[in-house]
Design a protein around this ligand. Structure first.
Ligand SMILES: [Fe+2]
Ligand SMILES: [Fe+2]
Length: 171
């Protein structure tokens, strides 16, 4: 039987991962509206990955004979000032998720739940990649500023991101 404190916290994390997916899908829709089709593709893949993250928690809870309970997903923002504004919000969001994963890891240690602790290590590493990949895009956007040709090239590059695969849902 899954520790009830771990179960509650993991259920909350499912909501956070699903909100992440919803937020990135909203950013994808915003980029579509601005004709940044590459950035839209990048965010669409990011949204898929977050869904896979939610399902990892979902499956873990069931494997441990726990109970998944889904709750309301908050509405994401729908508009940003431009690519830099959106990716900066994505970074802030990932930093919040990293803090959440760290909190879960602390809880698993405090509750001496070694299986949960082991499971969370994948997410600890994933968050390092998530923050780094978004930071790299922010760095490029800062470098080019308002240069339209350079922005177009970044958009093309981000559009190369392949679809997320369940077996390899890392950044
Ligand atoms: Fe995630
Ligand atoms: Fe993420």
């Amino acid at each position: 039987m899954l520790n009830p404190k771990i179960q509650d916290a993991f259920n909350e994390q499912i909501n956070k991962e699903l909100f992440s997916s919803y937020l990135y899908l909203s950013m994808a829709a915003y980029f579509e509206s601005q004709s940044f089709v590459g950035m839209a593709q990048w965010m669409r893949v990011q949204a898929q990955e977050e869904n896979i993250h939610a399902m990892k928690f979902y499956d873990f809870i069931h494997e441990r004979n726990g109970r998944v309970t889904l709750t309301e997903i908050a509405a994401p923002k729908t508009d940003w000032q431009g690519p830099l504004d959106a990716f900066e919000e994505a970074l802030k969001h990932e930093q919040m998720i990293t803090a959440s994963i760290d909190g879960l890891t602390d809880l698993a240690l405090a509750e001496k739940d070694h299986a949960a602790h082991s499971f969370l290590q994948w997410f600890v590493n994933e968050q390092v990649e998530e923050e780094a990949s978004v930071q790299a895009i922010i760095d490029k956007l800062n470098l080019v500023g308002d240069n339209g040709v350079a922005l177009f090239m970044i958009d093309q590059e981000l559009g190369q991101r392949p679809a997320a695969a369940a077996a390899d849902a890392g950044a």
